[in-house]
Design a protein around this ligand. Sequence first.
Ligand SMILES: Cc1cc2nc3c(=O)[nH]c(=O)nc-3n(C[C@H](O)[C@H](O)[C@H](O)COP(=O)(O)OP(=O)(O)OC[C@H]3O[C@@H](n4cnc5c(N)ncnc54)[C@H](O)[C@@H]3O)c2cc1C
Length: 466
Amino acid sequence: MAHDVTVVGSGPNGLVAAILLARSGRRVLLVEAAGTFGGGLRSAELTLPGVVHDVCATVVPMALASPAMRALRPDVEFAHPPVAAAHPLDDGPAVLLHRDLERTVAELGPDGRAWRATVGTSAHQDLIDTLLSPLGLPRAPLRAARFGLYGAPPATALARLFRTGRARAAFAGMAAHSMIDLRLPITAGYGLVLASLVHLAGWPVVRGGSGRLADALVAAFRELGGETVAGHRVRSLRELDSPTVVLDAEPVQFAADFPEPYGRRLRSFRHGPGVFKLDWALDGPVPWRDPEVARAGTVHLGGSLEEIVTSEAETFRGRHSPRPFVLLVQPYAADPTRGGHPLYAYCHVPNGSTRDMTAEIEAQIERFAPGFRDRILARHAMNTADLAAHNANYVGGDIGGGLATLGQFVKRPVWSLTPWRTPLPGVYLCSASTPPGGSVHGMGGWQAARLIAHDARRPARLRGQA
Ligand SMILES: Cc1cc2nc3c(=O)[nH]c(=O)nc-3n(C[C@H](O)[C@H](O)[C@H](O)COP(=O)(O)OP(=O)(O)OC[C@H]3O[C@@H](n4cnc5c(N)ncnc54)[C@H](O)[C@@H]3O)c2cc1C
């Protein structure tokens, strides 16, 4: 049967696009290179039989907060840990970030008011909706303007509003998810968005593993009559015969198929640092020096703001940090169904790096949890080449779909008010290389589906004009 639309790639963006297009009555085919669907949403027994690990995305606040996911209401359970995130320190107790804003304000003592004024005032659904649809009109213009004021500077500048090293370190941990030098513009904005999601939506995992979210979206798509093909990597747009194509695949793969200068612009899109990821099966929980950290889903290991800024700047400049900032997740704190104590962590490394960072990551954990190594039953490692082999979208191990600097926030992957539309009539982009970028929100897919519906109403002679 001929299809009206082919969606290439089954990450969250591709799945959202596929469902919305199938809902509109179109015959949709979803083609995936890997043997299973989900892209960044996959779970597997990476270490020992029965122990479920999230291969890529694991903490998914955006899946609760994004307009696309809220509208689709996937049939999964989100599991919230007792503490959303913890930031252990060498001297004194860890900083605990609670879903409840006022508890966090109390936790931060002298900096509680500054946290409420910056992070707390960003924790509003209309602001998150606006930020996830960055080229649309702001839903709450005043709030968006205030966010712009706080979020446009570097994270290091916003951190000066905090008086204590505790609050500064906690904020740096949030901003370091941007994977760029924290002295660059808009890194404060990344920190604010992620920290505000702690209070707005929580930082949950998916009960049973992130793969369950992909399974739920695939099931919803099939219920609408959608067809799926796994294990087929699309090499050229010429092999697809449907009139409309949506690429959740990283677009540079298809640069040769597009007319110039568009193809050249795709090739000039820059990728960011990569990650080195470790998963362990433990014989019990991590023995944190501060036992409160055991209650947190996410743990940021990097010490002070100054230390995190230094390690992220080194990675950004193409070097391996000897004391990398480590993002660690203990899913068992929220979800007892994972088969024991699977532990997840990664650090940032230069794009394309194949260096084994096991020793550096484990040293950072030991620093705050002496005796951690004695708990390890089995370990699984992935360098940037392994990640790129797992998913062609992770070019050089870049998990965010492209460098997240200010320039590439607005030029993603090319400068356009509708970057999801390409100059080839009927061909659309939706991956994390389009706004609003990486993470499990599905908004690229949402935007592509919206444009396809819009273009279908346009006169034929105007279609494909970006
Ligand atoms: C280690 C790691 C940790 C992460 N942690 C988090 C986290 O905790 N929270 C969070 O929100 N996000 C996290 N992310 C990021 C998140 O997974 C991605 O931003 C998100 O999955 C991007 O969705 P997408 O739909 O754009 O593409 P992807 O999820 O990358 O999916 C793209 C799909 O397209 C397929 N594909 C590519 N090329 C082709 C082709 N030519 N033909 C056919 N199929 C193709 C791929 O196989 C893949 O299945 C993490 C990512 C990684 C790798």
